[in-house]
Write a protein that binds this ligand. Structure first.
Ligand SMILES: CC(C)(COP(=O)(O)OP(=O)(O)OC[C@H]1O[C@@H](n2cnc3c(N)ncnc32)[C@H](O)[C@@H]1OP(=O)(O)O)[C@@H](O)C(=O)NCCC(=O)NCCS
Length: 173
């Protein structure tokens, strides 16, 4: 299947909403995307859609995220969340293409690292490892191996130990 991965356009908003609702079988993630899109955390070039002849078949979102370090110091990183592929087209590599393209574009835009809370069997193949390696924690109660990070620039997370602060939009859905 011919796929094009490009930043979302205003016309893609409703397709992104329905795609996420179909993939997650609920609307929380779709609502989260709408909230994040209107927030200061949104990066227009890092909400990517995978477009086939039939329309939008996949979506991935990277938004600005902060790590609270010691003594009030704040480090900047990115959150990968959420991502979705049309159920009928899952397991055919679209998600992998979205992740690889997203990481490449994030690096090109100058971002040094990405954090993901997700399946420990899926993300490591793209280079994600447990964020605990750098002493980065989350307030969410999740298994250590599900909270992962990747350096887009070597050493970007060195000395960045702290607690990730997910923006309030994540708690609103
Ligand atoms: C998670 C999700 C985005 C992955 O997208 P996907 O397009 O199915 O992912 P891929 O096809 O790249 O990879 C899935 C599997 O297919 C395999 N695969 C990749 N390319 C393949 C190909 N060309 N042919 C056959 N299998 C392939 C991968 O190795 C992977 O195997 P794994 O199960 O051992 O990890 C998708 O399943 C989804 O939308 N799930 C519901 C929403 C969700 O849970 N999102 C993630 C949390 S934010």
């Amino acid at each position: 299947m011919k796929l094009m991965i490009t930043p979302e356009t205003p016309e893609d908003k409703s397709a992104i909403y329905s795609l996420n609702a179909a993939a997650f079988e609920q609307e929380n993630e779709s609502r989260l995307i709408d909230l994040l899109r209107d927030s200061e955390h949104f990066i227009p070039g890092l909400s990517l859609v995978a477009r086939a002849d039939t329309g939008v078949v996949g979506h991935i979102l990277f938004t600005k995220l902060t790590i609270a370090g010691p003594e009030g110091v704040i480090y900047n990183t990115l959150a990968l969340a959420p991502m979705a592929v049309l159920p009928s087209l899952q397991q055919s590599g679209i998600g992998s293409q979205l992740i690889r393209e997203g990481l490449k574009r994030a690096a090109e835009l100058g971002y040094g690292s990405v954090i993901v809370l997700g399946h420990p069997k899926y993300y490591p193949k793209f280079g994600f490892v447990p964020a605990s390696r750098w002493g980065i924690r989350t307030t969410y109660e999740v298994p250590d191996e599900a909270f992962m990070a990747i350096e887009l620039k070597p050493g970007a997370l060195e000395g960045r130990a702290g607690t990730v602060i997910y923006s309030r939009e994540f708690d609103e859905v």
